[in-house]
Every structure is written in structure tokens, then in C-alpha cells.
Design a protein around this ligand. Structure first.
Ligand code: GAL
Length: 574
């Protein structure tokens, strides 16, 4: 691994805030003189030459594809990303190619990756070039045909634009895509450590439940042998939640300690929803004013978690008043902001007391918030949730989530998370049919964090479908996966190998997996290929090797299979 500096790097970059950051220079073979650097009024331009069959992966949580070759992505934090543009809950300026190297760009700026752009030839080159124009000669009648990438047989460039006066990059070499991703994760201190109970299923209760209703729900799970490990409370636990008071609601929770104690006595762990926008009713509101960003969000302050003061005020309040009650996890919502659903956010030109501007703070908000809450938890092990992360985030025990997506996007997010040091919860909420609920729960159970998010469901979301036995069976399946999950999380921590991985991380020489984001490797030895609920069957691709069906133990040959199955298709690599 080698750090290379171009221009004058900025002060506020992800590595500055990453406690586990452990860069150790090692010998590299990549010819660094091939990287072209230019500084202009637009900032830094870096050019990496690409080979004709070079493909680009990484760049964070992406819903639509894992292979970014021939795309332009401007990384930008957004809660409701539209299209395939680089808008995401978790942008990560790290790319890896199938040519033995990857690069982490240490910036908190919205960086543009122009992937595989071709430059004009010299006169001499023009004479030698053979462009494949097989689509270009016939008149085309659809925009899909018209704008389809015309692949050329010439080398191209990955051109990166960073709106900054300089940048450090970290060149990471490895034997394949998976090895390089693992090294990137180790650069931030390794994958997160997760307690055994965090591997179990989390049930998030209806937001308006009273403490009594929450206890009754947990008792129902116990009495009916539904293996739920964590009970999550949604906004209704607070007296005010948009923005947040961080104070229990007196009507719904007249005696919150009794509720927490009851849940704990029954063996549950407890997770509380919140976001960081601090309302005037919060006990530390006035104290926080000098340590917050320039603009309000939802009438609340935006604490500057890059300052020691804001971290201390926020973390100490939580530690003394909330964690001390027996809370062992949080769901850190809304720190991604939306550009399209009204404008609940702060401008890029905002000033923050730490000296950051709004663009930098947007890019670091989620990770700084996680760090603050780990301080509040004061060593209590957790597996929590957050809606924004970014660079160097592998070591935070927080999974990303959102309610917004189409099932294929949930699956895309799940697969792509494994390229960039992230974990994704493909949560299930309500469903319109039994098959939809069961299919979604199947993917939930075979993912890093098993989550039923019933925040707007007054009834248990499967109740109306009369399928509790099937739900129980799936939740029990999750319990059977614990030894595999334990080993996978340990490996994530110690070696950086993520528990959920697209196939490209392990089979990069197989052209079939270059684009494949609808099936994934799970734990050490499982291949999971969820069936979307409106489909009766799907094509499953099994790469080379010796495989058996997870459910039947029957051998399965490598290659394509049309699979029709009530269960989620899962295969074990021998
Ligand atoms: C959303 C979040 C949901 C739920 C809701 C409560 O932002 O994605 O899961 O927590 O807030 O208001």
C-alpha cells in the first residue's frame, strides 16, 4: 500500500476522524508515473489509465449496479437517490479494479468518478484504432439502443475530479478484487465487532405504541417462541422527535425504566430511534448552540460532531440518561438528508464551528454521529443502525438501511455494500401479500443484520396473512446461521473480508459475475440468490467449484439454473 500526495490536501478528510486508521507503507509494483495529476480552478484532476478489459467496482452503496465501468458517478450523500448518478446513503471514494489494484481517495468532497472515458487519439493512433461500431451503422429506434455504451477496443481512463486544492490517495494492491477490498477495510481498523446477540433478529415496534404495548409485543414473541433478539423503539418513545428532545414521552412511557427492565428480564436487547437534529426541548439545547452548524433542520440544531464539545455534550447526556437505563443500541436516522423530498438539510456553504463547510459535514455526518454514540455507549457492545456512512467506515458496528426501495434495489444495495466497507439491512416492513412478506423476510434472514421494521404497522406485519409458522421457521433459520455469522464477523474484523460479498470479490476471472448484483456470497461458504416476490422462478448462476443445495444437500453443478423454490435459493460451497 502506498500513500501518494497531490497538491495541498485539506484538513478535514475521513482519515483524520478514523480512530482505527492504520496505514503502513509496503512495496507496490504499480507504476505511479502512470497517474496523471492536474490542478485547476475545478480542483484536482487525477487520471488512471485503464486496460481495455478493466472494470471498476466500489464507490459505496449503489442500488443499480456493482460495475461502474462506462459510467459517471458524482458521489453525493442523499436519502432518496434518484437514478444511477452517485447519489446514495453511503458514498465511498474507494474504487477497485480487476487488475490487481484499488485506490482510496481521502476526501470529504463530492468527488466525480468518470469511469472508462476514452481520449481522442493522436494522428498516429487514429490510424491504428479499430472501433467496434456494430451498433452505430444501423438506424436505431429506441433510446436504449441509441445510448448503449459503444465498447471500444482502446484503452480508456478513469478520471477523478476532486473539488479541493489537493488530496492524498492510498494505492492498495492485492491478488484479486476481494483481497483489495479486505485491505481497504483493514486500513480503517478492520470490520466491526458485533456481539452475539446482535446477530439475532431485531423487531422495531409501531411508533405510537405505549410502553405497555411494547412489553405485550415482546411477551407475545416469548410466549410464541418467535426468536427475536432486539426490540427497537421508534420516534414515539420521545416527547418530540422531528427535531428530537431525547426525553421519554410521559404519556406513552410514564415509567420507561420499568419497560426497559421488563424487556431485559425477558432476554431482549433494546434499541432506540433518534436523529441528531436537537430540538429546543432537549435538555442540552442551549449548551449545544455554540457547537452547532449555522442552519437549523426541522427547527433543531445540527451538532458539530467534529468538535470535542458537541461530542461530549451529546455523548455524556446519552450515557448518563439513556444508555445508563440499559439501552444497548441506537438507530441513527435522517443523517443522510434529502435533496428531493422538501429540503430537510443544511446548505453546502454552511459554516460549522470545527471549520468544516456543509459539503464536508454532509460527507462525514453519519460516521461522526456513530463515533459519538459509541462514546455514549461507553464500551457497551452494540450492533446498531445508521442511515449515512462514508469512507473508512468498516469498523463501526452500524448497518445502513432505508424504507424507500424496490426489492431489486434492496438486493443491489446488499451486494454493493460488500465492495466498500459497509453493511446493509434489507429490512422488511409491511407487505401487501403473504408471498411478498415471506420472500422479503427470507432475504432479511440471509443478510448481515436481520431486521423487521414495523414502525408504521400497528399489528405484527405478518398477522393478517396467517403465516406465523413460516415466520417462526425463518427466524429459527437465522438462529441456525449464528455459528456461520459469528465466524464471518470475526473474519471481517480480523481480515477485512465482509460477511456479504458480490461474486466479483471471489470469482473476478469469471465474466458471468462482472455485473451480477442479484446474488451474493454470505458468510464463508454460502451463495444466496433471493427470488423477488412477484417472480415464480429465477436464473441462478453458480460459479466453478463444488456446491450443494443448502436445503437438500443435493450436489449442484456450476452454471446457470432456472430455480423455482418456495425457499430462498441458497447453496453451500464445499
Ligand atoms: C424514517 C426511517 C423509518 C422510520 C421513520 C420514523 O426516516 O427510515 O425506518 O424510523 O423514519 O419516523
Amino acid at each position: 500500500m502506498k500513500k501518494i500526495t497531490f497538491g495541498t490536501p485539506e484538513e478535514f478528510v475521513p482519515s483524520k476522524f478514523c480512530d482505527g486508521f492504520n496505514y503502513v507503507e509496503t512495496e507496490t509494483t504499480y507504476d505511479i508515473s502512470k497517474i496523471k495529476y492536474k490542478q485547476s480552478n475545478r480542483g484536482v484532476k487525477l487520471e488512471f489509465p485503464l486496460e481495455a478489459d478493466e472494470n471498476i467496482f466500489g464507490l459505496g452503496l449503489m442500488l443499480h449496479t456493482i460495475n461502474h465501468t462506462h459510467h459517471k458517478l458524482t458521489l453525493h450523500v442523499n436519502a432518496d437517490p434518484k437514478g444511477y448518478t452517485g447519489n446514495t446513503h453511503a458514498p465511498v471514494p474507494f474504487f477497485v479494479t480487476n487488475k490487481g489494484y484499488g485506490v482510496y481517495v481521502d476526501t470529504a468532497r463530492d468527488t466525480t468518478f468518470n469511469c472508462a472515458y476514452v481520449k481522442k487519439p493522436t494522428l498516429e493512433e487514429a490510424e491504428k484504432r479499430e472501433i467496434d461500431v456494430k451498433n452505430g451503422m444501423t438506424p436505431m429506434t429506441t433510446t436504449d439502443e441509441l445510448y448503449k455504451t459503444q465498447k471500444t477496443n482502446v484503452a480508456s481512463f478513469l478520471t477523478i475530479e476532486i473539488p479541493a486544492p489537493g488530496v492524498d490517495i492510498y494505492l492498495i494492491e492485492g491478488k484479486n478484487v476481494g483481497d483489495i477490498v479486505a485491505k481497504y477495510n483493514m486500513l480503517s481498523g478492520g470490520g466491526c465487532e458485533v456481539p452475539d446477540w446482535g446477530l439475532g433478529t431485531m423487531y422495531r415496534c409501531y411508533s405510537k405504541y405505549t410502553g405497555d404495548q411494547v412489553m405485550a409485543t415482546a411477551d407475545y414473541f416469548t410466549e410464541n417462541n418467535l426468536p427475536i433478539s432486539i426490540i427497537g423503539l421508534e420516534p414515539g418513545w420521545q416527547s418530540q422527535s422531528y427535531s428530537c428532545s431525547y426525553v421519554w414521552d410521559k404519556e406513552r412511557y410514564p415509567d420507561p425504566q420499568r419497560v426497559v427492565d421488563h424487556l431485559k428480564e425477558k432476554g431482549y436487547h433494546v434499541n432506540l430511534w433518534e436523529h441528531a437534529f436537537t430540538c429546543p426541548d432537549a435538555p442540552f439545547y442551549k449548551e449545544m448552540i455554540p457547537h452547532s452548524g449555522e442552519y437549523e433542520v426541522w427547527g433543531g440544531l445540527v451538532p458539530d460532531f467534529a468538535t470535542k464539545e458537541a461530542v461530549d455534550i451529546f455523548a455524556n447526556y446519552h450515557k448518563d440518561n439513556i444508555v445508563g437505563m440499559g439501552i444497548d443500541g441506537f438507530k441513527l436516522d435522517e443523517c443522510d438528508n434529502s435533496d428531493y423530498t422538501n429540503h430537510w438539510s443544511f446548505p453546502y456553504c454552511s459554516d460549522f464551528p470545527s471549520g468544516m463547510d456543509g459539503e464536508q459535514y454532509h460527507n462525514l455526518f453519519g460516521t461522526l454521529y456513530c463515533k459519538t454514540m459509541l462514546k455514549a455507549l461507553d464500551g457497551t457492545p452494540t450492533f446498531s443502525e445508521v442511515r449515512n456512512l462514508g469512507a473508512l467506515a468498516a469498523s463501526y458496528p452500524f448497518a445502513l438501511y432505508s424504507d424507500l426501495y424496490h426489492p431489486l434495489e434492496f438486493l443491489g444495495a446488499l451486494t454493493s455494500s460488500g465492495t466498500s466497507g459497509l453493511l446493509w439491512s434489507p429490512e422488511v416492513r409491511h407487505a401487501d401479500s403473504k408471498i411478498e412478506f415471506i420472500r422479503r423476510l427470507q432475504t432479511v434472514v440471509f443478510s448481515a443484520q436481520s431486521l423487521i421494521n414495523a414502525w408504521y404497522c400497528e399489528e405484527l406485519p405478518w398477522q393478517k396473512f396467517d403465516c406465523e409458522d413460516e415466520v417462526r421457521e425463518l427466524l429459527e433459520e437465522r438462529v441456525k446461521l449464528f455459528p456461520r455469522l459469528r465466524a464471518a464477523f470475526d473474519k471481517y474484523h480480523e481480515e477485512g473480508v465482509p460477511p456479504v460479498r458480490p461474486l466479483i470479490l471471489e470469482y473476478q476471472d469469471d465474466p458471468e459475475v462482472l455485473e451480477r448484483n442479484d446474488e451474493y456470497m454470505f458468510c464463508e461458504d454460502l451463495l444466496v440468490a433471493p427470488i423477488i416476490y412477484w417472480c415464480e422462478e429465477r436464473d441462478v448462476y453458480i460459479p466453478e467449484g463444488s456446491w450443494v443445495d443448502y436445503w437438500t444437500g443435493e450436489p449442484v453443478e456450476p452454471g446457470h439454473h432456472t430455480v423455482r423454490n418456495d425457499k430462498i435459493p441458497v447453496y453451500v460451497r464445499k
